[in-house]
Design a protein around this ligand. Structure first.
Ligand SMILES: *[C@@H]1O[C@H](CO)[C@@H](O)[C@H](O)[C@H]1NC(C)=O
Length: 179
């Protein structure tokens, strides 16, 4: 009986982790962010201009830097999935990055203190300077396509202390593939 239970739990957990993996089926539309804005804990009221270099870092439990990312998603019929298919430009410490949704699209003028509220954690990625990032946690990296042009906002967070990850927004990092 015990063995049966263990086997059943093992099958269930395999199934659960299988279901938790992102659907990496190639899709027709690749969407890079239309805007990326750094927000810095050390400069809570400074509005940094939109940038091509995303950063996610923390040192000594402080000095956190996050990137607000905005994607303009056209209507489609299937699903959209986040991935990070390129090497990071720099990655130190554990090099892990969490991705959250925000309640609104980011805009110029956003600051650490004044920006769209963080909504839900969608997942976490293990980045590297040698290749694509891998998915560590998936709570919502795949979602249904919008039915109309939709502007979606997201925010990156460091996972651990003394971590820093940077990437080139126009050519790599977090992308959406939709179709
Ligand atoms: C992060 O770095 C600081 C020194 O800069 C050190 O005191 C602290 O222990 C480090 N934290 C971790 C988790 O390694």
């Amino acid at each position: 009986m015990k063995l049966t239970l263990v086997a059943a739990v093992s099958v269930l957990s395999t199934l659960a982790s299988g279901l938790a993996l992102p659907d990496l089926t190639p899709r027709s539309t690749v969407i890079h962010p239309s805007i990326a804005i750094l927000i810095k804990q050390d400069y809570p009221t400074t509005a940094f201009p939109p940038t091509n270099t995303a950063e996610t870092s923390r040192s000594n439990q402080l000095h956190e830097v996050r990137t607000l990312l905005g994607y303009e998603v056209p209507p489609c019929t299937g699903t959209c999935t986040f991935s990070f298919p390129t090497a990071a430009t720099t990655a130190t410490g554990s090099a892990q990055v969490q991705l959250f949704s925000t309640i609104q699209y980011p805009q110029s003028g956003n600051t650490w203190n004044s920006k769209p509220s963080t909504n839900q954690e969608l997942g976490a990625f293990q980045t590297s300077t040698t290749g694509a990032a891998t998915v560590m946690q998936n709570f919502g990296l795949t979602f249904a396509c919008p039915t109309t042009n939709t502007k979606l906002g997201f925010e990156t967070h460091p996972v651990n202390d003394n971590d820093s990850v940077t990437w080139d927004v126009p050519t790599g990092g977090f992308i959406l593939t939709c179709g």
